[in-house]
Structures are given as structure tokens and as C-alpha cells.
Design a binder for this molecule. Sequence first.
Ligand code: ZN
Length: 77
Amino acid sequence: MLPCRILGHRFRFSSEGSTMRWECRRGCGTAGEKSYASKEDAARYARAFNREDRDKLGRNKLTLSLLPLRLFRRFRR
Ligand SMILES: [Zn+2]
């Protein structure tokens, strides 16, 4: 999927017992899972990765909002 190639995947992390799972929110089919020693660990890592994913998304939004301005300047030359 094109948005995934440009912006990277938007993973949603969740935990099921001691297994952490993730899948791409855009439905491109990219998914995975990882086992942890305990279900507390799996839940903690899932929460941490979800937070990181949101931070990354905020930066992507900033980059995108600057893009039209750059294009506009290029066309004026
Ligand atoms: Zn994806």
C-alpha cells in the first residue's frame, strides 16, 4: 500500500496473555507477534509501542503539513 511505503506502517499493538500482537491499521496485511515472559510484560510493551506509534504519527502530520508550501514555492519559480 502506498501510504505504508511513504509513511511507514501504522501498527496497532495489543496483548493476548503473554503474547503481544500487532497489525497495520491500514489493513495492508503486515502483522506479527512476540512472546514475553508474562502477560504483564506483553501488556506493558503493547502500551509502550502504541504510544511510540502515536508520537511518530504526530511527526508525520507535521511533515505533511509543510509539504504543500514547498510545492507552492517550487511552482512560483
Ligand atoms: Zn501497512
